[in-house]
Design a protein around this ligand. Sequence first.
Ligand SMILES: Cc1cc2nc3c(=O)[nH]c(=O)nc-3n(C[C@H](O)[C@H](O)[C@H](O)COP(=O)(O)OP(=O)(O)OC[C@H]3O[C@@H](n4cnc5c(N)ncnc54)[C@H](O)[C@@H]3O)c2cc1C
Ligand code: SF4
Length: 442
Amino acid sequence: MSNSQLTPGIVPARLPAASYEANFADHTPPLDRHEAQVAADRCYFCHDAPCMTACPTSIDIPLFIRQIATGTPDAAAKTILSQNIMGGMCARVCPTETLCEEVCVREVAEGKPVEIGRLQRFATDTLMARGVHPFTRAAATGKRVAVVGAGPAGLACAHRLAMKGHEVTVLERRPKAGGLNEYGIATYKSTHDFAAREVDWLLKIGGITLKTGVTLGKDIALADLLADYDAVFLGIGLAGVNALRAAGEDLPGVENAVDFIAGLRQAADRSGVAVGRDVVVIGGGMTAVDAAVQSKLLGAENVTIVYRRGKEKMSASGYEQEHATQTGVRIIYGAAPVKVTGGARAEAVEFAYTQDSPEGLKLLGEGFTLKADQVFKAIGQTLAGVPEGLTVAAGKLPKRAGDKLWCGGDCALGGEDLTVTAVAEGRDAAEEIHAALTGAAG
Ligand SMILES: Cc1cc2nc3c(=O)[nH]c(=O)nc-3n(C[C@H](O)[C@H](O)[C@H](O)COP(=O)(O)OP(=O)(O)OC[C@H]3O[C@@H](n4cnc5c(N)ncnc54)[C@H](O)[C@@H]3O)c2cc1C
Ligand code: SF4
């Protein structure tokens, strides 16, 4: 243990400088050509392939794997990208263990699926490394569409619309495009600035004007967009964060996990990112796991995730939970925070055990206290900055919000909050917009 690990409080440089590069290296290294060939040869090229049905973007998985097997990775990439323009990012971040690979017949029969995600990455990386953009635009339609939010949903929508010949303007409030691909996804899943490189590559289609630093509701009103453009797509994600609703949550040292993760993703030098010695993360999703694992990788000594329900209810997959525990993170199930205690700043969190019953979650009379100089809230994101006049149901926007208005991705009803789902919804909205603007069948 280094001396810096013994330092109390939230401090940078807990680890020797050389450790950071190794700790934040690619979590799942890419396959080389030979490894990809061997992995592709395991596929049975099933008729009615279950893997394809499980993919939210319906990529023709047996076809692209066959194309890799026959030595044509560029064709494989085109098969992938024609359904999912962010096939490169999805190959890195999709929870394949609960999607395509979970239902792969080789997983079902032998407990070892075809490595679909890694094969997808091999194909898309091969094509992108050559700087090739495999799609061209249709003849100009003269129609103009505004897309708000440059996350996976907005960018997928913009790309498909541009391909169909429309002129697209993307408005993004942050300084960089990419949404959570750029500001949220764990550093070790998307290395070497992949999110930014993918955006540059996607924009090569042409016909898309990207305006960053523009916030809908502040710099421009929805009514103006609806008046100026033929259609509008909102892919604004979930910009708010749920409160803990526990006493003491305003103490210094209590932070939103998404802000910590964004700071780490944008840090030019990871050794400059401050982390506590005793870190407590409250939540049960990917955000909780990513904040906890990355705290550990930054040199925190004790990192504990506390989730209010049982293991099986945690929205982070079994694989993600195992990754966390393998990194040295402790997970406590069935407890909820009641109080963050401390003087000038957070020092500990008091928890009560819970009982999950058909009537709901009950706090029990007994509990425990965890020492904590840094506490991360990771109990879910919420819709924020909803333009006036739009109806919110179950915390989300409808997919069709008016004659000229579509919504998709995390901000919209339906589907899981995953990168791949956002891409599918952006693409599908673009098809609907195209049909509405041209009278063409989707
Ligand atoms: C920490 C974290 C880790 C995750 N890890 C994974 C993972 O490993 N795998 C996975 O599949 N999914 C993961 N997810 C979920 C995934 O990132 C989201 O489902 C996906 O990014 C949703 O895409 P989106 O385009 O709907 O929204 P976002 O990616 O949130 O993009 C929305 C964009 O809209 C912009 N915006 C918002 N309001 C306005 C406004 N008023 N005006 C202009 N622009 C605006 C935002 O700045 C943002 O760029 C993770 C999420 C988080 C928070
Ligand atoms: S289910 Fe598995 S074996 Fe069958 S086509 Fe899909 S990846 Fe190949």
